[in-house]
Design a protein around this ligand. Structure first.
Ligand code: SAM
Length: 237
């Protein structure tokens, strides 16, 4: 009998910089899970679909303006060469829908994802419409390319796959999983530069500990993330 898992979550990355992969994804628990084939990574060079002797992938923006734009025909050829079999096609872009833990969880429950990494000023709009591309942002800031964003999305997703974290952590209580930020964590030593671990965490009363952690999670969310707090309160009814 094979000791390989029956199913393997698969990420395909379309990029102009294949050497950036696996990058951070090859380290620590994710790297070990990659070796164990709990997930797989396929990296494809968009340049392979470039045009002419110079394998050109970009051109000047229609209507003028700074920078270059990735050509629709080149991006479409790179996309069409991938066997997607039920996997969503995601373009990482600051204009996209912000990535959330809920979307990450849904991705982890599926067969994988195909991730298109932009460069330059971005991607010709027509290929986004023509290939029904989902646009996802990892935050309200602008990176130089989609590769780090793709790695962030893959890392957040793969760590939720069965067997990847082992006993190292429980995603169930983490920030965002119940609509709140996580409560503060402490470990030894008992006293650090005059600051002690809150007494409630050291008395072994699990009911009190759970109550304190929940109150802290609510307090932090209310203060730091009013947007999440409003949603949480609405959900509570
Ligand atoms: N001109 C684009 C704009 O203003 O929206 C920014 C292009 S950025 C310099 C180049 C590429 O980096 C994008 O095509 C995208 O793939 C990636 N990128 C940059 N910021 C990102 C973010 N916050 N989330 C996801 N991808 C991002």
């Amino acid at each position: 009998m094979s000791d390989k898992p029956a199913t393997s979550w698969k990420a395909t990355v379309l990029t102009l910089f294949p050497a950036m992969f696996p990058g951070a994804l090859g380290m620590s628990l994710l790297g070990k899970a990659l070796d164990k084939e709990l997930w797989s990574l396929e990296v494809r060079d968009i340049r392979g679909h470039g045009l002419g002797k110079h394998r050109t992938v970009d051109d000047t923006p229609a209507g003028g303006g700074p920078g270059m734009v990735m050509r629709a025909d080149v991006a479409a050829a790179a996309i069409d060469a991938v066997e997607r079999v039920g996997r969503p096609l995601i373009y990482l872009t600051p204009r996209g829908v912000p990535l959330t833990q809920a979307r990450v969880k849904a991705l982890a429950e599926g067969p994988g994802a195909v991730l298109l990494c932009g460069r330059f000023e971005g991607l010709d709009e027509r290929v986004i419409a023509a290939r029904n591309v989902e646009e996802v942002s990892i935050g309200d800031f602008v990176l130089a390319g989609g590769e780090i964003a793709a790695q962030a999305l893959i890392e957040a997703t793969v760590r939720l796959l069965p067997g990847v974290l082992g006993d190292a952590a429980s995603p169930a209580e983490e920030s965002f999983s119940v609509g709140l930020l996580e409560y503060p964590q402490f470990t030894r030593p008992q006293s650090f530069e005059g600051r002690d671990i809150p007494q409630v965490l050291t008395n072994g009363n699990h009911r009190e500990i759970t109550k304190w952690r929940h109150a802290e999670a609510e307090r932090l969310t209310r203060v730091r993330r009013p947007d999440l707090w409003t949603l949480y309160e609405k959900d509570k009814g």
